[in-house]
Write a protein that binds this ligand. Structure first.
Ligand code: NAD
Length: 255
């Protein structure tokens, strides 16, 4: 699978990892549909020129994601949707019991699962349905799906029951989805980022960022969004990457 001349759907593309991935794909000669709840997605698509389109949409909505896929099919001009890089997600922190011993809010837990896990399944099922009818390329390849997990799927911290469970669900879907979609020539991968410098992390105080950076074996800093985008590009172009979750974290193991 090449980036040049192919069309990709990127969710969560108004910001952070998704926005950087859109830039890298366009600079590699690809075309992108940027899907995000935020209206900032329109300005980001405009900044990328004719190779980009914006679709405001919620990853948990079948209609919204189908509309984004339809836009990608139009933009692809007969070549079909080549891949999805699914970056939309939310972070949440809540302890099982608060300091007075009251139980956590169940709706808040369900919301994190709905957006991060059910949203990933929604994007994957609709993208796969479209890509299965693409003309096969080299090795019979028809498409690639890249989901975004987190190192919290493996090293969840106190307060991360919902976030860790949602991302562990993304990890858990990778192999069965890759096995099932193999007969259509569609690969499924996930990236599990460590701590990246994106708006999601902007609320963290400077001293906490310094402590997190110091905890990374090498390099001692937060990840840059383009480093995520470079791994997404490698996954797109390397056909042997399938059914696996790659940690991208400088070696950090959260305590
Ligand atoms: N930044 C990190 O350190 C880090 C670490 C591990 C995993 N991640 C994961 O990477 C992904 C991207 O995170 P980021 O750091 O770029 O965050 P970000 O907040 O900068 O970007 C996330 C984007 O997703 C969009 N979004 C949220 N809910 C949505 C929905 N229901 N439908 C459509 N769009 C929606 C937001 O509007 C936002 O533009 C997330 O899944 C996040 O959990 C991030």
């Amino acid at each position: 699978m090449q980036v040049n001349d192919n069309t990709f759907l990127i969710t969560g593309a108004a910001s952070g990892l998704g926005a950087a991935t859109a830039e890298r794909i366009v600079s590699g000669g690809g075309k992108v549909v940027l899907c995000d709840l935020s209206d900032a997605v329109e300005a980001h698509a405009r900044s990328l020129g004719d190779a980009a389109r914006a679709v405001r949409g919620d990853v948990t909505s079948g209609d919204d994601i189908q509309a984004a896929i339809n836009t990608a099919i139009e933009l692809a001009d007969g070549r079909g949707l080549a891949g999805v890089i699914h970056c939309a997600g939310i972070v949440s922190v809540a302890k099982l019991l608060d300091r007075d011993g009251n139980p956590a809010d169940l709706d808040a837990y369900a919301r994190t699962i709905q957006i991060n896990l059910v949203g990933s399944f929604n994007v994957m099922r609709l993208a796969a349905a479209t890509m299965a009818s693409n003309s096969p390329g080299a090795d019979g390849e028809r498409g690639v799906i890249i989901n975004t997990a987190s190192i919290a799927a493996f090293d969840g911290q106190v307060g991360q029951c919902a976030y860790s469970a949602s991302k562990a669900g993304v990890v858990g879907m990778s192999l069965p989805a890759a096995r099932e979609l193999s007969r259509h020539g569609i690969r499924v991968m996930a990236i599990a980022p460590g701590i990246f410098e994106t708006p999601m992390m902007q609320g963290i105080p400077d001293d906490a960022v310094a402590a997190l950076s110091a905890a990374v074996p090498f390099p001692k800093r937060l990840g840059k969004p383009d480093e995520y985008a470079r791994l997404a590009e490698q996954i797109i172009t390397n056909p042997m990457l399938n059914g696996e979750v790659i940690r991208l974290d400088g070696g950090i193991r959260m305590q």
